[in-house]
Design a protein around this ligand. Structure first.
Ligand SMILES: [Zn+2]
Length: 262
């Protein structure tokens, strides 16, 4: 139901702007992706009455494009290999940030030419910030009026820390890199997503600046569990749309349930 709420919000914002909502399959996490999930997404969205241009961009098919972005960042001297396990990171005294543990910098001295198979690749935030000469910000339209949000280097360094751009062992591209690259590649004007990703938006804006990509407008919508979504609290958000469907619910019932009466 959380996904239905998010999808309906994306399509609604696109309609209000006279734009087109794109569907992108963000399937870079090879440990979690199942073909039946993708089929289920198409089925649920179509049942809700949503449509999208074909073909959809499936991130698992664009590994070489993300490799080129990593090569570029590596050429700028902004990356380093990291062999730390979660245990190593905890033992080094790492504290929790907004996207997992804040990396304590154990491998920050390493060079990319010393990378070995199975290493993760991290972005050196300090060096990346050193490339930026102007203040960074983005426009947020998730609240009533559009507002400019400043991107603070302190937030990046103290709340997020050096992010993994390619995962250890699996070699999967991290969400931050793949979404930033694809937003630029697909000329995305507005990124509409849940407030759970808002605190990570500064990282995406930093990557856009370093890579010379434009910064889209962001619209972070309330989650179905948010304070301001109290009337949605009666909904079992773990329940799949397909279950409601099997119990005889109509798409109109779902819209009504999550507050989309349009
Ligand atoms: Zn490390």
């Amino acid at each position: 139901m959380g996904h239905a709420y998010s999808a309906l919000t994306v399509w609604k914002v696109a309609a209000q702007l006279g734009g087109t909502a794109l569907l992108r399959i963000e399937d870079t996490d090879s440990t979690r992706v199942r073909p039946e999930h993708e089929a289920g997404i198409y089925q649920d969205l179509a049942w809700l009455g949503l449509s999208w241009p074909e073909p959809v961009l499936r991130q698992s098919e664009h590994g070489s494009a993300y490799d080129r972005v990593l090569d570029h960042l590596s050429g700028l001297g902004l990356l380093y290999p990291c062999s730390c396990t979660r245990r190593d990171i905890l033992d080094a005294g790492a504290v929790a940030g907004i996207d997992g543990m804040i990396y304590p910098g154990t491998c920050r001295h390493r060079e990319m030419h010393d990378a070995v198979a199975g290493d993760a690749i991290r972005l050196n935030l300090d060096k990346a910030l050193g490339q930026i000469s102007t203040p960074m910000s983005y426009t947020e339209t998730g609240k009533d009026a559009a507002q400019s949000v400043a991107v603070s280097p302190e937030h990046l360094l103290n709340k997020i820390g050096d992010p993994v751009l390619r995962r250890k062992d699996t070699g999967d591209t991290a969400y931050h890199l793949a979404c930033t690259h694809d937003d630029a590649r697909q000329n995305i004007s507005h990124v509409v997503r849940g407030t759970d990703l808002q605190a990570l938006t500064p990282l995406h804006v930093l990557l856009q600046h370093v890579l010379g990509y434009p910064t889209p407008i962001y619209h972070h919508h309330a989650l179905i569990t948010d304070e301001d979504g109290k009337r949605l609290a009666k909904i079992d958000r773990s329940k799949a749309i397909s279950k409601y469907r099997a119990e005889g619910a109509t798409p109109e019932d779902i819209r009504e349930l999550i507050g989309f009466k349009y």
